[in-house]
Design a protein around this ligand. Structure first.
Ligand code: SF4
Length: 339
């Protein structure tokens, strides 16, 4: 795997010390002004009209965004927005905003591509390109913030956040500290990188954890989520139990309902046992079309939800958003709009 390269750091990769060095020779209050403009409204340097013209020009390159929007698509009457961004090296990532009556959630990518190779996922089918920096992860939220007041952030876009642990953690800390988003409104989604779950439990950050389970027996999960061969269910369950004990936070299990594959009564039995042992909530989503995998008919997903309810499992069937613009779970491929 390659890491991030020696690209110029983006504005959200800079520390306060970096910014002080950049503003050397300026009055001290300029640092606070620039931080306010960046974190409060994600202003581009040319929009920081509180700064003198010459300084704005000087910052134009140093504080230029690390990601450039290649495309922006809307669905659901403007309540779902997908951006395709491109880094300076050409790597592409996607970001999705979903507005609900009570919240605005942004789903960010943590890697360009993904190495986890889940066969039903368009990102996995495309392979791994590179890790995103902390600043590139934060910048996706900042771009969304230029349009809407963002209340929640989920690390559920392209990539596996815990396979890019240090930078994902850095982004969580910055979102919390610099952008003022409560840790309780930040969710990390993982396919089950056991060492990462254990480590996250010790960071003292009360974020939410969502495990993409999709199968609760090893034979099926080995097929749907190949990393299961490395971290099988018993180990995953033990790490999740440690996380719940250490953080006191409720765990969510994500389950993409794949008709005839993981929505049978036996699947409900296995999932109920796994969830019950962890006191976990289950989020179901009907699998979105990707090459080689078909969506189940809507009644099948609802039927699976009632099978779970009959077994005492707290399960929600989430409405899919953005499927018509390729923005739904599992569809993010980093292709520019129109392809
Ligand atoms: S489902 Fe998540 S972890 Fe699996 S290949 Fe897709 S992006 Fe990667």
């Amino acid at each position: 795997m390659t890491g991030t390269t020696d690209r110029r750091p983006g504005p959200f990769d800079l520390s306060v010390a970096d910014l002080e060095a950049l503003l050397d020779g300026e009055p001290r209050y300029r640092v606070a002004q620039v931080l306010d403009a960046l974190h409060g409204r994600f202003a581009f340097p040319e929009e920081m009209t509180e700064l003198p013209r010459a300084l704005r020009d000087r910052l134009a390159v140093a504080l230029a965004p690390a990601l450039q929007p290649l495309g922006r698509l809307e669905a659901d009457g403007g309540d779902t927005i997908k951006w395709v961004f491109q880094g300076a090296d050409g790597a592409r990532v996607e970001t999705v905003l979903m507005a609900y009556p009570d919240r605005v959630t942004v789903c960010v990518s943590t890697q360009a591509g993904c190495a986890m190779a889940c066969p039903f996922c368009a990102t996995g089918q495309g392979g791994f390109v590179r890790h995103l920096s902390s600043g590139e992860i934060v910048e996706q939220v900042a771009w969304a913030r230029r349009e809407r007041r963002v209340t929640h952030v989920v690390f559920m876009g392209m990539g596996e956040p815990l396979a890019n642990y240090r930078r994902s953690l850095g982004a969580l800390r910055r979102l919390h500290r610099d952008l003022g988003i409560s840790a309780r409104r930040l969710t990390v989604s993982t396919v089950g990188i056991v060492p990462g779950i254990r480590r996250l439990a010790t960071e003292g950050l009360p974020v939410n954890l969502a495990v993409s389970l999709h199968a609760a027996n090893d034979a099926l999960r080995d097929r749907l989520v190949p990393v299961n061969r490395r971290y099988p269910l018993a180990e995953l369950s033990a790490a999740c139990a440690e996380w719940v004990a250490a953080t006191g936070r409720r765990l969510s299990l994500e389950w993409a309902v794949i008709g005839g594959v993981n929505d049978r009564a036996v699947d409900a039995d296995e999932l109920a046992a796994f969830a019950d042992a962890l006191g976990a909530h289950v989020n179901l989503i009907a699998l979105n079309e990707t090459p080689g995998y078909r969506s189940p008919a809507p009644p099948r997903a609802e039927r699976f939800r009632s099978l779970l309810a009959g077994r005492g499992v707290n399960a929600t069937l989430r409405a899919t958003r953005g499927a018509d613009i390729g923005a739904a779970c599992g569809q993010l491929a980093g292709a520019p709009p129109g392809r």
